[in-house]
Write a protein of this length. Structure first.
Length: 95
């Protein structure tokens, strides 16, 4: 059976804790991580989920990886606006 694949938007401390939890789950994986900075996404992937693909664009992550679910872990003041945009993009790219 194919694993359930998460994409993570954001590459901070809480995202690292989330990736750690996912890594201990059977049949679940982090397949991609997006951050505003490619270097930050690459550092995150090498530290927490070496099989994931790093991106510097949320849109490219959704287009290219088509994860089964996305965990958005961005700055609190921007989350409401970003959540709406990301969910809308995920719905567009999944069809």
């Amino acid at each position: 059976m194919k694993p359930f694949r998460f994409g993570i938007m954001g590459a901070g401390g809480i995202a690292g804790r989330f990736a750690g939890v996912v890594s201990r789950m059977e049949g679940v994986t982090v397949s991609a991580v997006a951050s505003k900075s490619r270097e930050k996404a690459e550092r995150f992937v090498s530290s927490f989920c070496p099989d994931a693909v790093p991106f510097d664009s949320y849109e490219r992550m959704l287009e290219n990886e088509k994860p089964d679910a996305v965990k958005t872990l961005s700055l609190a003041f921007a989350q409401e606006r970003l959540h709406f945009q990301h969910v809308r993009r995920l719905a567009i790219f999944s069809h």
